[in-house]
Design a protein around this ligand. Structure first.
Ligand SMILES: Nc1ncnc2c1ncn2[C@@H]1O[C@H](COP(=O)(O)OP(=O)(O)OP(=O)(O)O)[C@@H](O)[C@H]1O
Length: 259
């Protein structure tokens, strides 16, 4: 679905992303991990054309992204930044309904199908009890679900999430990631996200891209990427990685900072 070929990105004279190749297969969950400042958000911004690349190519379904119209992009790809902002007088329903604009001509109003999709998105993200509440009245976890409902109502093929679990307690973190997994499995939405929690990345991803200083240090399945050598080299910490029979993904136990 997305393929990058040797992309380079800078801020001013400072090179941030250095020859990065990423392959995102349709129908999979992909996670970028890496230390602070390794370039995860910058890659998401490059993929969503908010940050110009110096060189290289980015393809969405084999087409160069710069050749795609903003309307095509709005219908197919949703990007949720780290701290998405909406007017404080918006209710959950108002927020979710915004997504349907991509499907309407300027003179059209929401139709029956739009209402159905809005209600369904609210239901699937389990936020129906709060749908007429102001966003400012919600907890962090509820607000995050409202944003995911908005993303879903857009009926995208690809959802891009930058740290969707930041500021959430452990229960909400799981809830949000379970919703993401469900959207992937039931709606076949491809997911690309940034996560900081290595165990969450290992549990929820089909493919992990480990970044270090703007380069891809390792890429592959959680089992391929999440080993103590890779984690030590990228994060400078000692970890124990366990593969037990019960879990089909590696469990990572941080031990201490590496010396
Ligand atoms: N607007 C900007 N102007 C200048 N430098 C920037 C800008 N945004 C990011 N950078 C720099 O680019 C580098 C990569 O930042 P980026 O936000 O992509 O990293 P990240 O891996 O997402 O980090 P974090 O885990 O802390 O969110 C950092 O050194 C950062 O200081």
């Amino acid at each position: 679905m997305i393929k990058t070929k040797k992309i380079h990105v800078s801020y001013g004279k400072k090179k941030i992303i250095d020859s990065v190749d990423i392959h995102i297969k349709e129908g999979t969950i992909n996670t970028l991990i890496g230390p602070n400042g390794s370039g995860k958000s910058t890659i998401l911004k490059a993929l969503t054309q908010q940050k110009k690349i110096d060189s290289g190519e980015i393809f969405f379904k084999q087409k160069p992204i710069q050749s795609l119209s903003s309307m095509y992009w709005a219908k197919n790809v949703t990007y949720l930044p780290q701290n998405p902002k909406a007017p404080s007088d918006y209710t959950v329903w108002d927020l979710v309904s915004l997504s349907r604009n991509a499907y309407l001509k300027w003179y059209e109003r929401l139709g029956r199908k739009d209402y159905e999709i809005i209600e369904e998105s609210i239901r699937k993200t389990n936020i129906q009890d709060h749908k007429y509440k102001l966003l400012s009245e919600l907890s962090g976890g509820e607000r995050q679900r409202a944003w995911i409902a908005m993303a879903l109502a857009q009926e995208p093929e690809l959802i891009i999430l930058d740290e969707p679990t930041t500021f959430l307690d452990i229960a909400y973190q799981f809830e949000v990631l379970e919703i993401v997994k469900e959207l992937n499995e039931k709606e076949n939405i491809t997911v690309l996200m940034v996560l900081h929690d290595l165990n969450h990345a290992a549990k929820y991803s089909d493919n992990i891209v480990l970044l270090k200083a703007g380069k891809v240090f390792a890429e592959g399945t959680p089992r391929e990427v999440m080993n103590s050598e890779n984690i030590r080299a990228a994060f400078n910490i000692e970890v124990k990685v366990q593969h037990d029979e019960e879990h089909d993904y590696p469990l990572i136990y941080p031990i201490k900072k590496a010396v």
